[in-house]
Design a protein. Structure first.
Length: 189
């Protein structure tokens, strides 16, 4: 068990959605003037919500991508709200949306300094090129995520498909860093 509780914050969830039907994007633009649609620039329509604060890309294929949610629950709420609004304005939505979480991005603070030079030598699957980027890149197998590790003890975790995997991954990396004497905590006053 890690000696200190890391602070973890989920900053973005990307969810793909299948409606299994085609959608007329021009009809959506007519009913929702705030929708952003420039087919000559990008084939999808951008449908933004203020609550939860998300952006959902909608494609004629009936596929959607929702970004900006801060939890799995919020991503599902956003998709439900978008499809409900479309239905309420006469857009034919025949099927229940099938939501799949594709990526969870989180930041974490471990509360100690990390020796990145030593991380490269003591841990496998680490890339560190300080001339190119100030953080080390670590690929974890279980759960399957990628970390950006910074010397100030801050982390960015990407690639998780479940919120619980983020917390497990942060606990795992903290444990490894502690076992290998790669993290140094300030002395308690």
């Amino acid at each position: 068990m890690p000696s200190r509780k890391p602070s973890v914050k989920i900053v973005n969830i990307v969810a793909s959605v299948a409606l299994n039907q085609t959608i007329d994007l021009k009809q959506i633009v007519q009913k929702f003037p705030h929708a952003e649609y420039s087919p000559h620039v990008f084939p999808g329509l951008v449908f933004r919500l203020k609550k939860p604060k998300t952006a959902t890309l909608i494609f004629t294929t009936g596929k959607m991508v929702c970004t900006g949610a801060k939890s799995e629950k919020e991503a599902i709420q956003a998709v439900t709200k978008v499809t409900k609004e479309l239905k309420n304005h006469g857009i034919a939505i025949k099927n229940k949306p099938v939501v799949t979480i594709q990526n969870i991005v989180a930041s974490a603070e471990l509360g100690g300094e990390i020796d990145l030079e030593s991380v490269v030598y003591k841990m496998k699957k680490v890339m560190y090129e300080p001339e190119q980027f100030p953080g080390a890149v670590y690929r974890m197998d279980e759960p399957k995520v990628v970390f950006l590790i910074f010397s100030a003890g801050k982390l960015v975790c990407v690639g998780a498909k479940k919120e619980q995997d983020v917390y497990s991954a942060v606990d795992n990396i903290q444990r490894v860093l502690e076992e290998q004497d790669l993290i140094f905590y300030p002395k308690q006053q």
